[in-house]
Design a protein around this ligand. Structure first.
Ligand SMILES: [Zn+2]
Ligand SMILES: [Zn+2]
Length: 366
């Protein structure tokens, strides 16, 4: 039975999590057109980006339905034609799917620069597709999602559980970043700044890519315990140390040479100044945590010059990075990283837990 209405967590105004910005509303479910898909949301991750949106640091228009790290079960498919996912697999009713931001593959950045992650007309569910016009159901914090024809859908392989798909959002930016810095050399020492979802995905990716040793700098203690459990050789708690102490510790661990590669996954400008201090001569520094604009920081260019540091940035990711990330999520049970579950009525609590860093990854299960 095709549903007539769906409950959604509507965001009508941008304001901080503590003000409980989401309200549950009931929205009519439009009939499907040819090639459109109706999905029943199974799990929607709450991302640091959602918190940034609620603080006005990532621009979107309201009213909006957030939730861009989603798993849904296919409820209905529009039309009679077989529909395929981005890998060519046919999509069936009952399949578990996720969907990725759609790049136009026509604009300058898509075609001339060859960088679909920087598409000028990107269609991003979960905040960037308007919720005030057809098809209305455009985010994961809802009972149903209505996917436009030609959406970039991925049928989830049976061996990848929903929590892994949710974490795939944080992983893909790190897969993208690793590609940009040219990968690791076997045995590299990697410092990961930040112990949130992106940082822990950076840790797992570094290990998978051949790192000899991974040092995670972050907090609070619960997140660092997870980092240890998932293979960090050393953790440094930012709540117990000064920047000078952290720098000294990394140098001590690396024969005073510094790390071969440093991943910035913290989203804090001061972390960049600190991170450059612990990169070795000819080392590489990847900035991946600043999706939102967190402001500026004083840097000493002499250090970059003297140590010949290569600095790169990774902004979101292309579809290929998500698909490549699935190979890692297939073999590492990341379920434990989903620390908090909420139903749709408690979306406000979920974003509050994310902002306070109580949750490593909170999910909504409508
Ligand atoms: Zn995200
Ligand atoms: Zn484009």
């Amino acid at each position: 039975m095709y549903p007539q209405t769906a409950r959604v967590a509507m965001l009508r105004e941008i304001r901080p999590p503590q003000t409980r910005p989401f309200a549950i509303e009931t929205v009519a479910v439009p009939p499907l057109t040819e090639g459109a898909v109706l999905g029943k949301i199974v799990m929607a991750g709450v991302c640091g980006t959602d918190v940034h949106i609620l603080h006005g640091k990532v621009a979107i228009k309201t009213p909006a339905i957030l939730g861009h790290e989603n798993v849904a079960r296919v409820e209905a498919i529009g039309g009679e034609q077989p529909l395929r996912d981005i890998t060519g697999k046919q999509i069936h009713i009952g399949d578990l799917i996720t969907w990725l931001p759609k790049s136009c593959m026509k604009c300058y950045n898509c075609t001339i620069l060859g960088d679909p992650a920087k598409c000028e007309r990107r269609i991003g569910y979960g905040g960037w597709v308007p919720a005030w016009q057809h098809p209305y159901l455009v985010g994961g914090f809802a009972e149903y999602v209505w996917l436009l024809p030609d959406s970039d859908i991925v049928v989830i392989p049976p061996e990848v559980p929903p929590p892994a798909v949710v974490l795939g959002d944080a992983l893909r930016v790190m897969v993208h970043g690793l590609e940009r810095i040219g990968g690791l050399e076997y045995g590299d020492t990697v410092v990961v700044q930040g112990a949130g979802a992106v940082g822990l995905m950076g840790l797992l990716l570094a290990r998978d890519a051949g790192a000899g040793r991974v040092i995670v700098i972050g907090g609070p203690a619960g997140r660092l315990a997870l980092a240890k459990e998932f293979g960090a050789d050393e953790v440094i708690d930012i709540t117990q140390t000064s920047a000078a102490q952290r720098i000294a510790r990394v140098l001590e661990l690396t024969n005073n040479r510094g790390a071969d590669v440093v991943f910035e996954c913290a989203g804090v400008p001061a972390a960049v100044a600190e991170g450059l201090e612990v990169v070795r001569i000819n080392g590489r520094y990847l900035i991946a945590g600043h999706y939102g604009d967190a402001g500026t920081v004083p840097l000493n260019p002499h250090m970059i010059n003297r140590k010949q540091i290569r600095i790169d940035g990774a902004w979101s990711a292309a579809n290929k990075h998500f698909l490549r990330g699935l190979n890692l999520l297939r073999k590492i049970p990341v379920d434990r990283l989903v620390t908090h579950q909420f139903d749709l009525d408690h979306v406000n609590e979920a974003v509050i837990a994310t902002e306070r860093q109580e949750a490593l990854k909170a999910v909504i299960m409508p």
